[in-house]
Design a protein around this ligand. Structure first.
Ligand code: COA
Length: 333
């Protein structure tokens, strides 16, 4: 009989440097009023120069292990769009720095949907018996890919890492993940893209154009797709589970824009106050946003044992994904 993946620990780490909207307005043509009203973001954390994604991932991973009362895992999966290097993956470094040399370790690349993709991948590792426990980490140093001349991306993104520990268990336990829905639409690949640094750019033999090392985004297209895709994906897992929308106690969606979060709730017909999150305090932390929001909600008492919780994400690719769980007894660290 295959095992279910059961969430048993959650933790997050934010680099200490706080950057307010007013700080950004000192160096680009924007304002606290514009950013708050268009995105709901009030501030974000930026890593100090020299800090890499693995540095944040190790801190968050250690906290998730502590939350679970464990000192190790059989596998480490890191979801990120800002890996330490194009090669090798970031996860083996993270595993070794956590004292887990020898563990199964690899990265998942699905941009802001990466954490939900990584949860499904980790559930597969547990179902196939490859691992009895998996540390799933979302981590980003987004500040390294923000174009200082692009105010539409610079005001949205922040840095951070979040992690959960999954263990083998049974699907009737609180914390058991599933069903899952994952999807993609590569015809929208250009809507969120870092053009340089891959084989497409290098293979052309041409020097990267100025700015190609930074993320470019078509904000309005992304906004429209985000609401539609997360809503359809959420309905899909709810139907598979036999849950109705009113059954949901909490929605923890990718923290991209407060207006997206609100429209998603409206589209689903769910009261907005069931959507918990922390975008006002951390911005969009990419693949880290759902586990950071989970740790935050947990420590603020916004997630209680037995709550029916929807996790749903959307990101570059385009990609999207959702899953469900009954919230387990767990302390966020
Ligand atoms: N400060 C001040 N003005 C800004 C601005 C900023 N940071 N960014 C854009 N503007 C301006 C634009 O130049 C434009 O001015 P104009 O009307 O004079 O041309 C105006 O604000 C409206 O721009 P628009 O792009 O239509 O704004 P918007 O309401 O769509 O908000 C985003 C822009 C990026 C905040 C919004 O599209 C968004 O959040 N999209 C989704 C992004 C996302 O979630 N990405 C990650 C997904 S994983």
């Amino acid at each position: 009989m295959s095992s279910a993946a059961v969430l048993c620990g959650v933790g997050a780490y934010l680099p200490p440097r706080l950057v307010t909207n007013d700080d950004l307005a000192l160096r680009m043509d924007t304002s606290d009023e514009w950013i708050r009203s268009r995105t709901g973001i009030g501030r974000r954390h930026f890593a100090d120069p020299g800090t890499a994604t693995s540095d944040l991932a190790v801190e968050a991973g250690a906290r998730a292990l502590k939350s679970a009362g464990r000192d190790g895992a059989d596998a480490v999966v890191v979801a990120t769009m800002t890996p330490d290097h194009p090669c090798p993956a970031t996860a083996p470094t993270v595993a070794s720095r956590l004292g887990l040399t020898g563990a199964t370790a690899f990265d998942v690349s699905a941009v802001c949907s990466g954490f939900v993709y990584a949860l499904a991948t980790a559930a597969g590792l547990i179902a196939t018996g490859v691992a009895r426990s998996v540390l799933v980490i979302g981590a980003e140093v987004n500040s390294t890919v923000l174009n200082p001349d692009d105010r539409s991306t610079s005001v949205i993104f922040g840095d951070g890492a979040g992690a959960v520990l999954l263990r083998a268990g049974t699907d009737d336990e609180y914390g058991a993940l599933g069903p899952f829905d994952l999807g993609s639409d590569g015809t929208g690949a250009e809507h969120i893209m870092i053009a340089a640094g891959g084989s497409r750019g290098r293979g052309s033999g041409a020097e990267p154009a100025p700015g190609d090392q930074y993320m470019a985004m078509h904000g309005q297209e992304v906004f429209r797709h985000a609401v539609l895709r997360m809503s359809a994906s959420a309905r899909h897992v709810l139907a598979q589970a036999g849950w109705g929308v009113p059954d949901l106690d909490r929605v923890v969606s990718h923290q991209a824009n407060q207006r997206i979060i609100n429209q998603l709730a409206d589209d689903l017909g769910l009261p907005r106050d069931r959507a918990v999150g922390n975008i006002a305090r951390v911005g969009n932390t990419g693949a880290a946003s759902i586990p950071i929001a989970l740790a935050d909600a947990c420590s603020r008492g916004e997630l209680n044992e037995g709550d029916r919780v929807l996790l749903t994400a959307f990101g570059g690719g385009l990609t999207w994904g959702s899953t469900l769980l009954r919230w387990p007894r767990v302390d966020g660290v």
